[in-house]
Design a protein around this ligand. Structure first.
Ligand SMILES: [Zn+2]
Length: 211
């Protein structure tokens, strides 16, 4: 196991530990930063529609009120904060659904890669205002994370299982059917330069404001 990755599995499902390694393999080489992955059996600090969180552990973000169990693992033995927390709630990793676990973990890992490689673009993408009717996944960094999660899931559990899972989420009455309809249309090997797209949209916004 990589020295810079610490993982806590609160959910006692060995199957997920196996998938965990395989998802990580899709993102190697990982950025040389210290990350803790916390797979909770509770669903705290996440909204009902959130499947996971990527949290850089600078002082500001660390003021989020994490429960003691999580706070305990955010520091190294010398008491220094690690760089990043990837948190998956129990509603993602304890419901026995491998596809959801794999996609959610891969999605947050891609945010980790974005943060380490292009922090300014990530901040800029988060600040873009969405046109009326758009969804958060239309932001460049989110679209990029969705593409990466679909690609990783196809490699780890197979494209047929991904398609099957996606289809079950689009049915009538499913709470996040619009997200999964978007996900279904994403090509896992789509060439998408989210940094360039962020620059383009930021420039467009400046011109609109000036014009
Ligand atoms: Zn995201």
């Amino acid at each position: 196991m990589d020295e810079q990755i610490k993982s806590v599995f609160k959910c006692p499902d060995l199957q997920f530990e196996r998938f965990y390694t395989r998802v990580l393999d899709q993102f190697r080489p990982l950025p040389p930063r210290r990350v803790v992955c916390y797979f909770d059996d509770q669903s705290v600090c996440c909204g009902p529609s959130e499947r996971g969180q990527f949290v850089p552990l600078d002082n500001k973000n660390n003021r989020i009120c994490w429960p003691d169990d999580v706070r305990k693992v955010l520091r190294d033995e010398g008491g220094n904060l690690l760089d990043v927390l990837i948190y998956l709630p129990g509603s993602t990793c304890c419901i026995g659904d491998a596809a959801l676990f794999v996609m959610a973990f891969a999605h947050e890992l891609q945010h980790f890669v974005q943060w380490a490689s292009s922090p300014d673009a990530l901040n800029a993408s988060k600040k873009l205002s969405l046109p009326l009717g758009a969804s958060t996944w239309d932001l460049p960094h989110e679209r990029d994370a969705v593409i990466a999660s679909k690609r990783a899931a196809a490699a780890v559990i197979g494209p047929d299982e991904v398609a099957e899972y996606t289809q079950t989420q689009i049915g009538v009455g499913c709470p996040h059917a619009d997200y999964w309809a978007f996900f279904k249309c994403i090509a896992p090997h789509e060439q998408y330069d989210w940094v360039r797209e962020t620059e383009r949209l930021s420039t467009q916004k400046k011109h609109t404001l000036l014009g």
